[in-house]
Design a protein around this ligand. Structure first.
Ligand SMILES: Nc1nc2c(ncn2[C@@H]2O[C@H](COP(=O)(O)OP(=O)(O)OP(=O)(O)O)[C@@H](O)[C@H]2O)c(=O)[nH]1
Ligand SMILES: [Mg+2]
Length: 310
């Protein structure tokens, strides 16, 4: 698929966020002269856009610095450049590292997707399976959400859509046991990626979080070193509560990445900047729709541009 189409999709996916940022920032950027009032207005607009206090302060300090250094002019239009540059800089810190040594992936490479109810775990898993298969890999899906019959059916629909096989357990069964069996199945079938869907749970419920820790231990027993990645799937429309979710899931499990979903249906995409700033966690993917292709690798420059371009 052409890059242009990809970017167009990202741009239209982020339209709501862009519109809301634009509305609040436009009057700031239209100022002829930057003074204390302008900076205060900028601060308010960034907080409203869910950048959070620390990231907002960072942007303000940097912009102030640029004005004082005369790197940018003290007018609104230059201010825009300063804001874009600072936001891009913050987002760059959340870019997944480039695998320089290109070490071969463990076989199978095991990924757990975790998150609160309805965050988009199963959907993301389906999109990922599809993309991996398109790229020539052989993924296997494990439906380790044994809470609801509908959850297993939903994973089955996605497996079919993605054209990959699925391992499922019994409703009410032990999710960790499903994960264990799935590792054995992946080995037997020579699948090179194992994608494990887990049941949604509140980050505040200790016993539910303990179940994830158990799955982590059981996976390591089935295949030392597994799971190789644990990604938190985060609904970007939840705003500030998302920050708490990252904190608690990370404390409990030691996350290795984030996926931010529903960026197409929220005006609060600024939360991405806040989370990038606050946790040193790579944002692996962003979800910009419900379709099989609506999952994009996170690209800081592209994202900043799609977010703040005029
Ligand atoms: N617009 C939009 N909708 C999404 C996106 N990702 C997921 N959804 C929708 O969000 C809803 C919940 O998605 P699921 O994948 O079922 O979420 P889940 O985390 O597996 O939910 P539980 O298994 O109940 O915890 C579904 O209606 C999805 O279609 C996205 O990027 N954009
Ligand atoms: Mg699910």
């Amino acid at each position: 698929m052409a890059e242009g189409r990809f970017f167009g999709r990202l741009r239209s996916g982020l339209q709501k966020t862009r519109q809301s940022l634009k509305q609040s920032l436009e009057s700031v950027f239209n100022r002829k002269r930057v003074d204390a009032d302008t900076l205060e207005e900028l601060e308010e607009a960034l907080i409203m856009a869910d950048l959070g206090v620390p990231a907002t302060q960072k942007v303000l300090q940097e912009v102030d610095h640029l004005v004082k250094q005369k790197t940018i002019d003290a007018d609104g239009e230059s201010l825009r450049d300063g804001v874009v540059a600072t936001v891009r800089h913050i987002l760059l810190e959340a870019m997944p590292p480039v695998e320089a040594d290109a070490a071969p992936l463990p076989q199978p490479w095991v990924l757990m997707l975790v998150g609160v109810n309805g965050a988009g775990k199963t959907t993301t898993l389906g999109k990922l399976a599809y993309q991996m298969r398109e790229a020539g890999a052989k993924p296997l899906i494990a439906a380790a959400d044994t809470f609801r019959a509908a959850a297993i059916e939903q994973a089955e629909i996605w497996a079919e859509r993605a054209g990959v096989e699925i391992i499922k357990g019994q409703i009410g069964g032990d999710a960790a046991a499903v994960a264990f069996d799935a590792v054995r199945a992946a080995q037997a079938r020579q699948a090179d990626r194992l994608l494990i869907d887990t049941a949604g749970r509140l980050h505040t419920k200790v016993h539910l979080m303990d179940e994830l820790k158990k799955m982590q231990r059981v996976l390591d027993r089935a295949l030392p070193g597994a799971p190789h990645e644990i990604w938190l799937v985060l609904d970007a429309t939840t705003g500030q509560n998302g920050v708490m979710q990252v904190q608690q899931f990370h404390e409990c499990l030691g996350l290795t990445g984030l996926v931010l979903t529903k960026l197409d249906s929220t005006a609060k995409g600024g939360i991405v900047v806040q989370i990038a700033d606050q946790f040193g966690l790579p944002i692996r993917y962003i979800g910009i729709g419900e379709g099989v292709e609506d999952l994009r690798p996170f690209d800081a420059a592209e994202f900043a541009e799609a977010l703040l371009a005029q």
